[in-house]
Design a protein around this ligand. Sequence first.
Ligand code: ADP
Ligand code: MG
Length: 568
Amino acid sequence: MDEVTGAQLIAESLKAQNVEYMFGIVGVPIIEVAMAAQAAGIKYVGMRNEQAAAYAASAIGYLTGRPGSCLVVSGPGLIHALGGMANANMNCWPVVVIGGSSDQNQETAGAFQEFPQVEACRLYSKFSARPSSLEIIPSVIEKAVRTSMYGRPGACYVDIAGDMVNAKVDRSKVRVVSCCPSPPVSLAHHGAITEAISVLKAAKRPVVIIGKGAAYGRAEAALRELVEMVGLPFLPTPMGKGVLPDDHPNCVAAARSRALLQADVVLLLGARLNWILHFGLPPRFDPNVKIIQVDLCAEEMGNNVSPAVALLGDINAIVIQLLEVFHKDGWKYPSNTEWWSTLKDKIVANAKISKALALQSTLPMNYYTVFHHVSQLLPDDCIIVSEGANTMDIGRTMLNNYLPRHRLDAGTFGTMGVGLGFAIAAASVVRSERSNQRVVCVEGDSAFGFSGMEVETMCRYNLPVVIIVVNNNGIYSGVDPETWKEMAKVGDLTSVAPPVSLLPEARYDEVMTAFGGRGFLVRTVEELRSALQLSLSDWERPSLLNVLIDPSSDRKQQEFPWLTRANL
Ligand code: ADP
Ligand code: MG
């Protein structure tokens, strides 16, 4: 008799569904699952907190289109992973979380780490189930993987009773489940395409908005053809950056506010009209703007703004549908319009302001100076991971992306603490593809702290991630070391220290050296440039640049009073 354990069934089923990565933290009852995963040919990355493990697994889903898996222990282990599941679900990224749980005969009996895990995951996932027998495991795993990718992608959860991990079953009794194919592709209705074309042709001030749905949907080639052939200005959302290169002549990102405010027609490709796009409403948008909304989720259509045309289906397929019409009639949006001049003038004016700030030579450095030099040194094909408040907001405007799916950030949920998990996932993919792309993680000092111990994970696996901590001693902003000392003299720091402050000039670089990576303390432009060059040339180890900037450095003056820090 050929017997197989529950652990083996989980691992082999994941592998059979082309799940190539598992991120997790082992313990009772799932150690054997991780070992079985390795035996089945799945890459297992042991992390330091389940939250970061879930972030990493979800980034695999976004980067590769196939979910990563996250393995956690019962109770608190699973609860830590909920943050990552919620983040994945909010971003529409596929991920499959596998959680060990109480033995079948101990449920509701006060078992070790007992928790209603299947119920708990419902709010954070599209599918949450506990297989009732060993025989059914391959079917449940297939359903979890399929559900995570089909329709609007998201998180799925499979609960494994502790006593099922080492229980055995005769292999011949287990139904073989084949690998579920990539999601079926759907096209938009023909009539809606015709309507969309006529709305676009009547536009005086059109803008194409490229969202991370376009990145996830791998629509880059068709989109480039559409933008270039029809001659349309485009604007990426934060993670839509790189679908078309940021330095593309039709990119009007540097005139974002103006473009949104004055556009009369928006072709919205895979981006929700949520807070990131100011809900599609005044005062950031023209109240009469016509939205051509492209999304694969029917329920998304009409959220906040009723679209002029709703194109339901896959972005890549729909852009090809639009292209077919434009190919036939050869229509082009003229390049000599007032709209183009308005946008181009604004781009030039905005560039001047950033440049002036970047070239300030006072110390400590400001954000613009740091990003100006970082952007000069980063290779065009690097994957940029970024989080923080000002660090992410200003970094986004100054660090270009040239390739799709090469930017990972706090995303739809505005989650801080995602950076190191994302970077570990990205570096794992880069390594397995034997590519020589670099992964650069640009972190605020506060953001770094949420998952800082994952530095050990990077060192353990020799992942050559470059972490740049832009350190302003706090959340939003902090205080300088002298002020901090004065405050400590005045009274109890828990009463007098601003809640936003963190330890001034904290040595995050030494966290990296503690585990054998390279650490640099950076105060000047020269130190920044040489540390970054050295780090980028090291393929063996991760590096961390602790860049001390002026704790009162802030964003440049914004033209619109309603453009606040939170408004991406
Ligand atoms: P952003 O963060 O760029 O604003 P969102 O996450 O708000 O983007 O929106 C992405 C949208 O893309 C979601 O509404 C999702 O349903 C949609 N989407 C994802 N993949 C595809 C695809 N292949 N085709 C069409 N729409 C997609
Ligand atoms: Mg900070």
